[in-house]
Design a protein around this ligand. Structure first.
Ligand SMILES: O=C(O)CCC(=O)C(=O)O
Length: 297
């Protein structure tokens, strides 16, 4: 038995074990107070300026902003958090040579917001549940998450459920965690934002990652085109998609996509992405994409 609640000395192996057993993990106060203050300060003007959601899913009393990488260097740092990267390596690299950032959303529930419909993120792709892990979600608590203010609704154990099994109300709990903590779960796990019965707002930052050969939810290279990419470090640009996802997958005219953002890079026309990527791709076990056999293929 391990998890699901950890401190910042947790290892990627601890988190992976908790994802396997419970379907989720919470790492308390993983980010320091200074970075969190910087993050909130970067987002405040955008949150002030944005209107409320217009659909039941987005929430009629919820403010959302996206393209967070362009709006905050603190967000860029957190997207590359070493523990999260270790968990992504363990959960996603078994099925892809490289993963990328899938979507970035700041989600601020206003007082009086109701519960979001419970869902599984993997539903964005036409696959039966439970499938291989296609996405890995991190929800960072930008302020305290409580049962009263809409801490994410989660359904422990639901990552193993069959496609048609839906949660009963008594199976749903709220992820409660102090500001700076992160909730981690995968594409097979049922969750949704909670109801905000408090007088304050609940602000969460969702940074989700996905398999490199799947389309990203957020079109990040149009949100951050080459002319806006200057000044963003290569590691971050690669994570949002300025990279090969596999040999040949995602090349541009000169070879590596990063050459569009940094004209000083060699225009060597190499479309393989390099020997290491080729080796990683060749080592992957090909997936069965018919009716998924028992055990997920
Ligand atoms: O805000 C949250 O706690 C989760 C939001 C979510 O799952 C979504 O918007 O898809």
């Amino acid at each position: 038995m391990t998890g699901p609640r950890f401190q910042r000395d947790a290892t990627a192996a601890d988190i992976v074990a908790s994802l396997d057993e419970h379907g989720y993990a919470i790492v308390e106060r993983l980010v320091d107070a200074e970075t969190l203050a910087r993050l909130n300060g970067d987002f405040d003007p955008f949150v002030d300026a944005v209107g409320l959601g217009k659909t039941d899913f987005a929430g009629h009393k919820t403010k959302r902003i996206n393209n967070l990488i362009a709006k905050s260097t603190a967000c860029q740092d957190m997207a590359l958090n070493p523990l999260v990267m270790g968990v992504c390596d363990a959960m996603l690299l078994p099925h892809c040579a490289r993963y990328h950032l899938h979507v970035t959303s700041l989600i601020e529930l206003q007082p009086g917001e109701g519960k979001q419909g419970i869902h599984r993120d993997g539903g964005i792709y036409p696959l039966r549940f439970p499938s291989i892990v296609t996405t890995l979600a991190t929800i960072w608590a930008c302020n305290d998450f409580t049962a009263e203010n809409g801490g994410t609704q989660i359904v422990p154990g639901s990552h193993r459920w069959d496609h048609d099994r839906e949660p009963e109300p008594h199976e749903i709990i709220n992820a409660e965690m102090p500001a700076g903590s992160v909730l981690i779960y995968t594409s097979n796990f049922y969750h949704g934002s909670g109801e905000n019965r408090s007088n304050g707002t609940r602000r969460g930052m969702a940074l989700h990652y996905n398999l490199g050969w799947l389309r990203q939810e957020e079109n990040q290279y149009l949100s951050i085109p080459p002319e806006k990419a200057a000044g963003i470090r290569p590691q971050v640009l690669q994570l949002i998609g300025y990279d090969f996802a596999a040999p040949y997958l995602g090349f541009v005219e000169d070879g590596h996509p990063l050459t569009l953002a940094d004209p000083t890079l060699p225009r060597d026309m190499d479309r393989t992405g390099g020997e290491e990527l080729v080796a990683r791709h060749q080592a992957l076990r090909p997936l069965y994409l018919g009716e998924t056999p028992p055990g997920g293929g």
